[in-house]
Design a protein around this ligand. Structure first.
Ligand code: NAD
Ligand code: UDP
Length: 319
């Protein structure tokens, strides 16, 4: 068993991180999660029943603990909900700067292949549509989303610097809106909000006129893309950046209708103010991931919403 490759997942108790942990354990890895449980939850990991897994409470803003024989680092620690950008701006900015630095140093010391979680937010409110990896983005450096957007941009720049100066194998994924079971119902992002509201037959809160678009990816598709990228030949993947997301783009007001229909909810919609700097359009160009990995998403929106709603209903006691 000690021969199993060892992966360290930061943010392993979070939504994406915990699904990544499951996938790695399923494939025989030894996995250590480092998480401060800020937005993650121990309950996301309590189903795990193997001695190949260890969960350590650790804040990535602090230097990493010494761990033996680390082969892979998946750096996924960071709050990711726009509500948190406003309530925890300094923590987020430092998690993605100091924290990224600590993760990259740790990867260098261990000579570990690294996957850095970046985000479609590096494109800001994009003027190019769909967003290709070569697009440099349109981010407001002083806006409410800046602590997240700019620190993620910095983490990417630092990853490129580490790759150049120390020849560490670092791969960066720019994740577009992803959803699924284990998101917190009160996380503040649109799918948790709409599902929680619809399950209680409350009205769904549409920010602005709801014509802004997003493209929603189901979590198992995302994790398959992350794993394929991590496993890809260094000759093509080391130092590379790819978009991962679903290309099915919809308006937020359409999403509200679909949620109400899928859940057969007795809900209406209500309008709320559109937050400042809320991107108007977002859809990934996934050509690079398709070419490099032969990857594309397979789970449709209705199916993904049903699966997510099942877990939410259990958690909210609305079954
Ligand atoms: P999440 O909030 O569910 O998970 C984040 C995890 O990181 C939590 O377990 C949290 O406790 C942990 N964490 C936060 N700050 C930390 C710190 N300083 N030290 C240690 N642990 C810390 O969010 P998520 O949606 O699972 O996001 C995971 C990663 O994916 C993040 O890096 C996020 O930026 C990125 N991402 C997610 C999406 C998405 O749509 N879900 C989109 C783009 C990027
Ligand atoms: N949104 C909404 N109602 C909500 C929560 C979010 O209309 O209750 C909108 C939000 O303004 C944005 C989109 O849904 O246009 C996606 O928001 P989310 O916070 O999920 O992610 P973002 O892509 O903005 O980071």
């Amino acid at each position: 068993m000690s021969d199993a490759p060892h992966a360290v997942v930061t943010g392993g108790a979070g939504f994406v991180g915990s699904h990544l942990v499951d996938s790695l354990l399923d494939d025989g890895f030894r996995v250590t999660s480092l998480d401060n449980f800020g937005s993650g939850r121990p309950s996301n990991l309590e189903h795990i029943d193997t001695s190949r897994f260890d969960s350590l409470e650790h804040d990535v803003r602090e230097p990493f603990p010494e761990l033996d024989g680390v082969d892979y680092v998946y750096h996924f620690a960071s709050r990711a909900s726009p509500t948190d950008f406003e309530s925890h701006p300094v923590e987020i900015a430092l998690t993605n700067s100091e924290g990224a630095h600590n993760a990259l140093e740790f990867a260098r010391e261990n000579d570990a292949r690294t996957v850095l979680a970046s985000t479609s937010e590096v494109y800001g409110d994009p003027e190019v549509h769909p967003q290709h990896e070569e697009y440099n983005g349109n981010v407001n450096v002083r806006g409410p989303r800046a602590p997240y957007d700019e620190s993620k941009r910095f983490s990417e720049a630092l990853a490129v610097a580490f790759q150049q100066q120390y020849d560490v194998d670092i791969r960066t994924v720019r994740i577009f809106n992803t959803y699924g079971p284990r998101m917190r119902p009160d996380d503040g992002r649109v799918i948790p909000n709409f599902l929680s509201q619809a399950l209680r037959d409350d009205d769904l809160t549409i920010y602005g006129d709801g014509t802004q678009t997003r493209s929603f990816c189901y979590v198992s598709d995302l994790v398959a893309g992350i794993r394929a990228f991590a496993d890809a030949d260094p000759a093509v993947a080391a130092g590379e950046v790819i978009n991962l997301g679903n290309t099915h783009e919809i308006e937020i007001r359409e999403l509200a209708e679909i949620v109400i229909e899928v859940l057969d909810a007795d809900s209406d919609t209500v309008r709320r103010e559109l937050p400042e700097d809320d991107p108007e359009l977002r859809r990934p160009d996934i050509g690079r991931a398709q070419e490099l990995l032969g990857w594309e998403p397979t789970v449709g929106l209705e199916e993904g919403l049903e699966r997510t709603a099942e877990q939410f209903a259990e958690e909210l006691g609305t079954e």
